[in-house]
Design a protein around this ligand. Structure first.
Ligand code: ADP
Ligand code: ZN
Length: 738
């Protein structure tokens, strides 16, 4: 243990004190750390992970930094029960957790909880029993025994089964040798979850523009100080190859690297690619990991054994031993925003973490968020442009299909123009992708006779038909029932009609037109992550002709034979009252059409739209992203929307509509008068009821330099007490307005 605990907790000042008192942050929605006594002889320091009594329970917590609070009588306090044999959370990490809590207006305990998700990993991993060759040799040598002895002659520790396997013998041969003293047993550290990456394993020869970009990143990595770079480059331009160079440089410095990816569970291809470059896979971190793996990864990240983590947004809260670089790939992706308990944007918090830790961060996107673009333009971020695709790969030839002029046949959703393009691709033995961001068969079911619409009993939303499962489901609360045969309202049989398309319905239409083609539907509700990974691999190998998918097909996959991409409903999402609607549509559509033509083959992207003149559509087909950004940035600036202004949401929910509304009105009345900040609402949320909870929203709008947190804190403090079923959620920098 280091000696700094003595100074920090004032032991020197009063050596005769009956016991030291330290704050411990427990992973609960507590506003601050609680005070605990340190038993005599217990060595702790700020950041130590400890066990403390809390009510009737024992919980894990972190020794926090002392602040000048009211003096407490140590005799009245409970004592820390034990210190875990685990590296303490670093000063940077503690500062980061405090910062996130203050910024998002979340209880610090809940933020700390995100760093302490894996209590089983607080104890060291058990040592593994191993064997080592001694000087003794068996009385009688056999060829099998000779092989074992030769294999183990390197003097290293071997597990019994590992040695047997390596020598190609059964474990009984190894055991026989051990019993004769040829091997001694010893305990060795547990094996690493992933092998160490090698910065120089298979260096890629970069093109000139890529080389320049990489050199800029390497230089910033070499400086080992805070900087933000924004790689803005078209899909297939080699952004990944370029940031791999920054990773290599950081590995050479002996520091750790975190790569954030929006959909890690689906990015098997990324892991393979990393392995090809660095000779070993990065450790993965996401919600789908097996518990044992999770524990190992957490532990080995804190001890420094794991050098590179590729993870979902929650990986940002891993307590790295010596983090030296963060990459945020697809930085514009909405999946980086968590809207549950602690509302945070991992992209923004990654920048904060880098600033507090004083190391570089690299944001990467083919379609950066407007916020990051502006930060690049004003010089807060260093923009790095890659405007052309690597090698022979050309951008797909993009076109709009005006649905008013080329309508689908009755009951269908695919225009003859799109169908003919799909047909041509399939004939040539190439692949087609149809994209529609709607799961299920149809978004609405109604009775043709009485007009009854099937609505969720818990939410204000329609039930979505999932024909493959023969269910109608709510996409907000998971409610599901068998698709009824008769209308519950008028009792008529066989008169229910599906309204509008989902991916399943599009697949049905495709099957009708191309009965010989192999069609796959990719949708997160149809299969688990493992299955999805297999399907994606199969598609990449050409084992499907036509793929119909939701947005998960948009993310980072490389399908070499994909030469035709059709967007079934490009207008979806353009008119939903979200200030980022145009930006989101632009990003998603660019990303999907970017799936096409990633090899030398000529490829097409077609967007079905009823608004061909819309600036988003025009920006995509003209390939003039710059014009789109310029226009979008201008509009944001005029409306003082982010990043030129600031937003925060308050979502009040309760079991009854009246309770929710009354509380929301009370908050509105309690809002302080601050120049530059206005409160809009309360208004009933667009999603008025979710899981039986009635919802009202307030939107707080401020200028760029407004102190939104102070305003919100003041409003909550002066507002009505949260009582009964009421709950209040605060969302700083909201992404969703439903
Ligand atoms: P992005 O991340 O911009 O979409 P990638 O880094 O994935 O682009 O590159 C697209 C494809 O081109 C990948 O298959 C990649 O391996 C290949 N590629 C890019 N640059 C090079 C290079 N300099 N040498 C070899 N292959 C490259
Ligand atoms: Zn529901």
């Amino acid at each position: 243990m280091t000696g700094d605990s003595i100074d920090l907790f004032g032991d020197k000042a009063c050596p005769e004190a009956p016991g030291r008192v330290v704050p411990v942050l427990v992973p609960m929605p507590a506003d601050k750390a609680y005070s605990y006594r340190v038993p005599d002889g217990m060595a702790i320091q700020p950041g130590s992970i400890v066990q403390v009594p809390l009510g009737p329970r024992q919980v894990a917590g972190v020794v926090w930094d002392t602040t000048d609070g009211p003096a407490v009588d140590p005799k009245k306090l409970k004592s820390i029960t034990q210190v875990f044999d685990c590296p303490p959370l670093s000063q940077d990490m503690r500062a980061f957790l405090d910062w996130v809590a203050a910024y998002t207006l979340s209880p610090p305990g809940l933020v700390a909880r995100m760093a302490l998700r894996v209590p089983a990993a607080f104890d060291p991993e058990p040592m593994v029993e191993g064997l080592r060759l001694t000087d003794r040799r068996p009385d009688r040598m056999t060829p099998a025994r000779t092989r074992v002895v030769e294999t183990a002659a390197d003097g290293l520790f071997w597990t019994r089964s590992g040695l047997a396997h390596a020598a190609g013998v059964s474990t009984s041969v190894v055991e026989g040798l051990r019993s004769q003293g040829v091997f001694e047993t010893a305990f060795m550290p547990p094996p690493p979850v992933v092998a160490a990456p090698d910065a120089d394993y298979a260096v890629t020869e970069l093109e000139e523009i890529q080389r320049e970009a990489a050199d800029t990143l390497i230089a910033s990595a070499a400086q080992k100080t805070f900087s933000v770079s924004l790689i803005d480059g078209v899909t297939g331009s080699g952004k990944t190859e370029v940031y791999f160079e920054a990773i290599a440089e950081t590995l050479r410095q002996g520091r750790q690297v975190l790569i954030l990816l929006p959909e890690i569970a689906l990015t098997a291809a990324f892991l393979d690619r990393f392995e090809k470059r660095f000779g070993a896979k990065p450790a993965e971190w996401h919600s789908d990991l097996a518990p044992r793996t999770r524990e190992k990864v957490w532990r080995q990240v804190t001890e420094g054994g794991v050098r590179v983590v590729a993870g979902a947004r929650s990986a940002l809260f891993l307590p790295f031993e010596d983090l030296g670089l963060i990459i945020v790939d697809e930085e514009h992706d909405p999946a980086y925003k968590q809207e549950d308990r602690v509302f945070y944007n991992a992209r923004d918090m990654a920048v904060v973490r880098a600033r507090l830790g004083d190391f570089p961060v690299v944001l990467v996107s083919a379609t950066p968020s407007v916020e990051s673009r502006v930060n690049g333009e004003v010089g807060r971020y260093r923009p790095i442009h890659l405007r052309t695709r690597f090698g022979a790969a050309a951008m797909p030839d993009l076109g709009l299909i005006d649905m008013r002029r080329h309508p689908p046949e009755r009951g269908g959703f695919l225009s003859p123009v799109l169908l003919s393009a799909i047909g041509k691709a399939v004939e040539k033995g190439e692949q087609a992708l149809l994209f529609l961001n709607r799961r299920g068969y149809a978004p609405l079911t109604l009775c043709r006779v009485c007009g009854h619409r099937f609505q969720c009993p818990n939410c204000s939303s329609w039930l979505v038909e999932h024909r493959f499962r023969n269910q109608i489901q709510c996409h907000h609360c998971g409610y599901a029932e068998r698709t009824p045969e008769a209308c519950p309202e008028c009792g008529t049989f066989d008169h229910l009609v599906a309204c509008g398309p989902g991916v399943e319905r599009i697949a049905e239409e495709v099957d009708r037109h191309f009965p010989q083609a192999r069609t796959i539907v990719l949708s997160s509700d149809l299969m688990g992550v493992k299955r999805l990974r297999l399907e994606l691999e199969a598609i990449a190998k050409g084992e499907a002709d036509i793929v119909v998918g939701t947005q998960l097909v948009a993310k980072g996959h490389n399908f070499p034979m994909m030469t035709c991409v059709g967007i079934v409903d490009a207008d979806i999402g353009l008119a939903n009252g979200d200030p980022r609607a145009a930006e989101r549509t632009f990003q998603l559509l660019s990303q999907v059409t970017g799936r096409a033509g990633r090899t030398g083959l000529k490829s097409r992207g077609l967007l079905q739209t009823y608004q061909p003149q819309h600036p988003v559509m025009q920006a995509i087909v003209s390939g003039d992203a710059e014009a789109f950004y310029e226009r979008e940035i201008g509009e944001r600036e005029r409306a003082v929307l982010p990043p030129f202004g600031r937003l925060a949401s308050v979502i009040v929910s309760a079991d009854t509509r009246t309770d929710a509304e009354t509380h929301a009105r009370g908050l509105r009345q309690a809002a302080p008068q601050v120049s530059g900040i206005t409160v809009l609402g309360p208004a009933e949320a667009a999603l008025a009821v979710v899981r039986g909870r009635h919802r009202f929203r307030l939107l707080v709008h401020g200028r760029r330099n407004s102190d939104m947190q102070a305003f919100m804190r003041a409003m909550i403090a002066a507002g009505p007490k949260v009582r009964g079923s009421v709950s209040v959620q605060l969302d700083i920098d909201p992404q969703s307005f439903l």
